[in-house]
Design a protein around this ligand. Structure first.
Ligand SMILES: [Zn+2]
Length: 377
């Protein structure tokens, strides 16, 4: 079962990446940090209507305020999936983010339940840990039935079956750590500053999160079905509180990511120049970019299901190896001693559609930092 869906996912990701890479018009982001803000629902999809409050309107107003705060930062580029009361297909929302090469995707919603449940929760894509998480995802996913051609655009999804999402989460798992970082920060602001009831950071199979290739979260700002919370969210204070908390969390997230980007960038430049001088100095000598006992591989995917390491499961790439770490399987392409060769393999993987693949190093079978290997060359 899960292998079928894994294979299905790989096929789907292939066609998705073709959509992304064949589309020539990528909006320039000037190297800025790009945030895509997604107000849930819209147009003929009102979202939930608990106590007569309209999810689509509340979500939009929160999102526009988040955007207004973020736009004040000249280093941030804000893109909206909708800025008015229009209907946007779920897969189009992801496509907007992918084409913008966004650094973050934040989807804003309001919850509903036929009980007095209340509080805020922020989701990252993953397997439904329990029935309740699945129901939240199912409610939000059901919008696909309002879209034209949903059978074509969402082939393979069965929103009534939690299992249909198993194996469909490989791409997002690569961004899981970062998605959780942002989700936690949002929840911390909701509960710390605003004293909202904390339902925590959770995982579930949201279609809209599955479509994006960057860290992504879905914020359930509260339950419209619980009247005190619905009234709060519908008030201007409630919306502005929520917007300020989300924007602040995005800024904190950007700050922590910036520190890493700075590192990587100088490392890339350094590596490039030192390597160029190596090649000119030694002129095609083999030994310069290898270290005794160290091999390099290209990590192309990670996921919770064990996929057979056949080339047809990995867009024709071979050889593929698989290693299990905790609950996650990591998939690697190739294994070579030379850093120059592994960079060629990485280029090949990228051309096949594994745009976010990266190089890893192993010393005597143990994973080691690529940076430290390069420093010892
Ligand atoms: Zn919603």
């Amino acid at each position: 079962m899960s292998r079928f869906f894994s294979t299905l996912f790989l096929l789907m990701s292939l066609s998705l990446s073709q959509i992304i890479y064949s589309h020539g018009e990528t909006p320039p982001n000037d190297g800025k940090f790009t945030v895509v803000l997604d107000a849930g629902h819209g147009g003929h999809d009102p979202g939930n209507l608990g106590n007569g409050f309209k999810e689509k309107d509340i979500a939009l107003k929160i999102v526009l305020q988040v955007g207004a705060i973020l736009e004040k930062d000249p280093n941030i580029n804000v893109i909206y999936t909708r800025k008015d009361d229009s209907f946007v297909d779920l897969y189009v929302r992801g496509k907007i983010a992918n084409e913008a090469k966004a650094d973050l995707f934040v989807s804003v919603h309001c919850n509903s339940h036929n009980s007095s449940a209340h509080g805020t929760e922020t989701f990252v894509l993953g397997l439904h840990a329990n029935k309740r998480n699945f129901e939240v995802a199912k409610n939000e996913n059901s919008v696909i039935y309002l879209e034209d051609d949903y059978e074509v655009n969402y082939a393979g999804y069965d929103i009534n079956s939690p299992e249909s999402f198993i194996g469909l989460t490989i791409m997002q798992e690569e961004f899981l750590d970062n998605s959780i970082l942002l989700a936690k920060s949002i929840q911390d602001n909701f509960t710390g500053k605003l004293k909202r009831v904390d339902r925590g950071v959770k995982q579930a199979g949201f279609i809209v999160l599955h479509q994006t290739f960057m860290p992504s979260v879905l914020v359930e700002t509260g339950f419209l079905t619980y009247k005190p919370e619905g009234s709060y969210l519908n008030s201007s204070k409630g919306k502005s509180d929520m917007a300020t908390s989300i924007a602040d969390a995005v800024l904190k997230y950007k700050h922590s990511v910036d520190e890493n980007i700075g590192d990587d960038f100088s490392f890339e430049v350094k590596d490039h120049t030192s390597h160029a001088s190596n090649t000119t100095a030694t002129n095609s000598s083999d030994g310069v970019d290898t270290v005794e006992g160290v091999t390099f591989r290209v990590q192309i995917a990670a996921g919770s299901s064990a996929i057979e390491t056949k080339s047809y499961n990995f867009k024709g790439l071979s050889p593929i190896s698989r290693e299990k770490e905790g609950n996650i399987y990591r998939y690697y392409y190739g294994e070579v001693a030379s850093y120059e060769s592994v960079k060629e393999l990485q280029q090949k993987a990228k051309k096949k559609g594994y745009g976010t693949s990266f190089i890893v190093a192993f010393k005597n079978g143990e994973k080691v930092k690529v940076k430290s290997v390069l420093n010892s060359m």
